[in-house]
Structures are given as structure tokens and as C-alpha cells.
Design a protein around this ligand. Sequence first.
Ligand code: FA5
Ligand code: MG
Length: 388
Amino acid sequence: DKLRSQKWRAPVASVLERGGVKIARDDVVRDEPTNNIPDTIFTKLGQQLHRRNQHPIGILKNAIYDYFDSNYENKFDKFDDLCPIVTVKQNFDDVLVPADHVSRSYNDTYYIDPQTVLRCHTSAHQAELLSMGHKKFLVTGDVYRRDSIDATHYPVFHQMEGVRVFSPNDWELSGQDGTAYAAEDLKKCLEGLARHLFGAVEMRWIDTYFPFTDPSFELEIYFQEKWLEVLGCGVTEQEILKRSGNSNNVAWAFGLGLERLAMVLFDIPDIRLFWSTDERFTSQFSEGQLGVKFKPFSKFPPCYKDMSFWINESFTENNLCEVIRGIAGDLVEEVCLIDDFTNKKGMTSHCYRIAYRSMERSLTDEEINELQWNVREQVESKLKVVLR
Ligand code: FA5
Ligand code: MG
């Protein structure tokens, strides 16, 4: 969600941010200080859930393809096998992300080396495909982000990018300017998609900011008693069109969060389930079946553990989450800041509540205590905070 952020933060070039880099890799041979990709992420590369026709993400992708195929005479060009390893230029520069934008930091993005990242959005492919002359296309793929931990955020997820380029004859007769025409067409297209997928559903548009579109919007859907952001979109910045040889045109673009849409579509309560190989999960979905509601296989109780510590200047929540995920893997359900205060000496204390829960079985006290013990130890040694 952070690409919408308008708050610039100077990239933290401190040792500790590099320390964040070292965090997950310091027990393997390949200890590259400029590489912050832990093994839990490496093992996800190439899994391509979006290309499995029996998996909820693949089923959803195919349903979205159907919508575009049946509503547009000239079909959208489709790409779902573009490599997730891209250059910093593709991921950021080509879509006008400013040099000091927070999303570029090692805290937010997985770097292979200073010029190469795991794409953090499918927008990384926009400029190239536009330059190749594509006017209407969909790009589906796995994307990677260092992020917080809860039921709707995961460090690997899937997006589908859509781009449509208009030429002056498209809008001239409408009495609108190109931008207004494209914005209206975009909203109609996405509202139609939501109806195609969900039928009636409670949704709302939010005005937002992206470096690559203006105006920019997000669509939220009411799910599990909350508004859930499912996509970002907008009218493409003219500079991107100009650079790709589309100077006289106007375009719209969107980026769908496929897990979020699939959660609503299939009633899947937690994003970790998409990675489950438990048959009680996988057997509930089949090719082409949209009407299925996921039946949880009995709900196991969560176990909460709190930990408090004095933070230092380079402490970040993403680094904390990476340490916890490195130890507990998918057994961690949520990490939540529950207390935050600064004492008279100017020292700041954070208290985090960690929820442990397996989607597949009951956890024993012993197992959880061991996890928590390791978490405390590594949080202290790797993040250099002082436990209280
Ligand atoms: C983007 O990634 C923009 N590239 C989208 C875009 C494309 C805007 C084209 C304009 C034009 P954002 O960071 O908001 O935006 O992510 C898009 C969607 O991905 C979100 O709405 C959400 O549904 C999903 N998403 C974001 N972070 C996560 C996460 N950690 N886990 C699961 N889904 C996520
Ligand atoms: Mg967002």
C-alpha cells in the first residue's frame, strides 16, 4: 500500500539498515551486505501461484481474463511469465518514483544488489511494454515487499497490472478532455470487473497519490467488518507516455492486489492460507469455479506474546517483522504495536504484541515459548535494541 505514500523519508543509510540486510542472511554463506533477501523469500521465487489453474490466485486471474475478453473486442495482450527480478530503473525510475521515495529503501524493498530488486509491483513492466507498442495489456506476477505482518499483508503477493492507451479520436467526440475521459472509463471498467467477480458488493473510491498517475484512486471493498484496499489505479503521467513514444495519447493503468480480491471472492480469512499445501485448503478449489466459499477447517486458538524494548534510531517495524518471520515463518499471524512512549531521557520504548497461530493445527505451549525465546534473542542481537 505504500507506493501511495506521499511522505518522503531520507533512505536510512545507517549500518543498522544494512544490518537489516544482514539479518536473515548472516547464518548462510552468502552474506552480501547489499542483499536483503532471506531464504523464506528465495523459496517463493518461481512458485507462480498465478499460473496454477486450481489455485485461488490462478482461478481469479482466469476470471479477470474472461471479463476483459468478453468486454473488449480487441483483446488485451496478456503476460504472466515476466521475470520478477528487475532493475531499479524498471521498478522505480521508469515509473517516475522520486530518488528519495520511501519505497526505494532497503527497509521496504528486497534488493539483490544495488541495481537489482525483486519487483515490488507489476508497474515495473509498464514502460517497457508501452515502448514495445502495446496499447492494451495485462501483466500478472508475483511481487515482493518488506512489510508489516497481519491477515492482509504478506511479503510475497500477486498483482495484475492493466494498461489501456487512448488516442484523440477516442475522446474527441465525448466533449471531455482526455484525462477526464480516461478516468471515467477506468472507473467504469473496474466497477464492471467488481460486479463480474462479486455481484453486489459494498465498495468505495478513495482519492490517493501515486508517482506514476494523476489523478489516482484506490478501490476499497467492505470485508470482515473493515474496508479493505484491493487496488490502485489512475490516469498515466504524460511523461511516461512521452518517453514510450505515445506523446499524443492518454492512458489509464491499474494494479490489482490479487490476494485481497481472492480473499473477498472465496471468503479466505488470512493471506497465509494462499501458501498452504494442506489438502484441506487446496482441495476446496477447482479450475473455473468462482462460487466457492472457503470452509475453515476448525479454527485453532491464537496465542499472544508481548515484548517491550528500548528502540534505537535505526529501528524499523519492517526489520522487526523480518526477524520474527525468519523464526516463526507462517506461524506468526500478526505483529502489532500496542504501546509506545518516550521517557524523560528521550529513550523510546515500544511494546509489540505477537499473535502466533497455525492455520493447520494446534500449537503447544512449549513450541510457542521456544519461538518467543528465539524471537527475543534475535531481536536483541540483530536489531541491537534493549529488551525491558
Ligand atoms: C501499487 O503497487 C501500484 N503499482 C498500483 C498502481 C498501478 C497504481 C497502476 C496506479 C497505476 P499499492 O502499493 O497500493 O500500489 O499496491 C496495490 C495493491 O496491492 C493494494 O491495493 C493491495 O491490494 C495489494 N497489496 C499491497 N501490499 C500488499 C501486501 N503486503 N500483501 C498483500 N497485498 C498487498
Ligand atoms: Mg495502496
